[in-house]
Design a protein around this ligand. Structure first.
Ligand code: ATP
Length: 224
């Protein structure tokens, strides 16, 4: 099956306060429609790895491929475009613009990409909200919805440009068990029905055990 993301021999050092080899020769791939989780003790390098895989950090050794295209070494402008088009992000904190409406928040990445008319973008945003069962919140201010709803809006925003892969850094970390379960169900459905690939860093064992694959890290390496 097609690999949507491939990391080859990724190495990363931090130099302050002293030289530290944080990622040690990391190689793995994520298949189309695969739901993978990354687990490991605090400080083992999960977030550092995710920043590299998401093309936000470019200071590393090794090679990163998205859809079989080498992205390592591309300019910041090119990476920004690749990221906006091909990678969706969901963080622990929703990072919504709370003075904006829900629909405006969801539309933002598509407006930035500027490949469609405003009318089309608004239509797509409504479709994403419908898919996440929150269309009734479209005109609400983002400050006036619950934490679980905010995270679903953040997922809709991450999906607006129909990315190849969705990455999450502790996406359920701020949610209660009911809302975490909702997010898991949404992610599972996206992989099974939409063929989306997912890579989620999590400390939640129950969440990780139900993904297709757990990538376990220890001390900057993948151990299983
Ligand atoms: N900018 C930085 N400069 C120097 N060291 C850093 C920097 N960012 C992270 N580190 C160190 O690199 C190591 C890996 O950090 P990272 O945040 O990737 O771990 P993590 O596995 O995501 O941890 P957690 O589960 O607590 O989020 C830690 O020892 C951390 O202190």
């Amino acid at each position: 099956m097609k690999l949507v993301l491939q990391a080859k021999n990724i190495n990363k050092h931090f130099y302050k306060p002293k030289k530290f080899h944080v990622l040690k020769d990391i190689s793995f791939g994520i298949k189309e429609g695969e739901f993978a989780s990354v687990m490991g003790k605090s400080g083992c390098g999960k977030s550092t790895l995710l920043y590299i895989l998401s093309t936000m950090d470019t200071a590393y050794g090794g090679e990163l491929y998205l859809n079989d295209r080498l992205v390592t070494g591309k300019s910041h402008e090119e990476l920004s475009r690749i990221r906006n088009k091909h990678i969706g992000f969901v963080f622990q904190f929703h990072y919504l613009l709370t003075e904006f409406s829900v629909i405006e928040n969801v539309m933002l990445p598509a407006k930035k990409l500027a490949e469609k008319s405003l009318g089309e973008i608004e239509h797509d945003a409504h479709e994403k909200l419908k898919m996440l069962h929150i269309e009734h919140l479209a005109e609400q201010r983002a400050s006036r919805i619950s934490g679980g709803e905010k995270q679903r809006v953040a997922i809709a925003r991450a999906l607006i440009n129909n990315p190849t892969i969705l990455m999450g850094d502790e996406p359920t970390g701020n949610l209660d068990s009911h809302n975490s379960e909702n997010v898991f169900t949404i992610f599972k459905r996206l992989t099974e029905e939409e063929g989306l690939s997912l890579l989620v860093v999590t400390h939640d064992v129950d969440f990780a055990e139900r993904t297709d694959r757990i990538i376990e890290m220890e001390d900057g390496r993948i151990i299983s």
